[in-house]
Design a protein. Structure first.
Length: 174
């Protein structure tokens, strides 16, 4: 007698995302500190009580001066140093729940990618890097124009943040 394995219905989506990896003109710790000042930690206080989504939106906008908050921070060196590694690396879940909701209403699966994953790390030559998957390429995989539009908006906010942090130059059209 052979065993029969039953699978639930599954949908496969293949897509390509663009990973952006910027060399940062600053040492690791000062850059990481400035990132955390510019992308403050999420606080449950932003959600408030029963005063509604408009109040949450207002508090979130005030708390996220560059459009993003970080929901989680993981410094990997304490763990990986046990294996002999010396590379500094901190990862973050960075996003904005107001923008995520605009996608979630169309497809809750977007929470696989929202908040965004960000890595700030140093390499052996001492250079600092900032890495993130380009939001429009990830959220574009949902083939929903409403979700793609928010992904494109996140691209723009990401560029604004990186300009603020001095990672990308400000480009002025002639």
């Amino acid at each position: 007698m052979s065993d029969t394995i039953a699978f639930a219905q599954v949908t496969q989506t293949e897509y390509t995302t663009v990973r952006l990896d910027f060399v940062v003109p600053e040492e690791f710790e000062p850059f990481r500190d400035r990132f955390e000042e510019s992308v403050p930690a999420f606080s449950p206080d932003l959600l408030g009580g029963a005063d509604g989504w408009d109040a949450v939106r207002e508090r979130t906008t005030a708390a996220a001066p560059h459009g993003f908050l970080h929901y989680h921070r993981l410094d990997v060196l304490p763990v990986f140093s046990l294996a002999g590694h010396t590379t500094q690396c901190t990862t973050y879940l960075m996003g904005n729940h107001i923008l995520a909701e605009q996608m979630f209403r169309h497809d809750p699966t977007i929470l696989l990618y929202a908040p965004l994953r960000v890595a700030i790390y140093s390499v052996h030559d001492g250079r600092t890097h900032f890495a993130v998957d380009q939001p429009s390429t990830t959220f574009g995989s949902f083939a929903n124009p409403n979700i793609t539009a928010v992904g494109t908006m996140l691209d723009e906010r990401l560029v604004d943040l990186l300009r603020h942090l001095g990672v990308v130059d400000v480009v002025v059209d002639a």
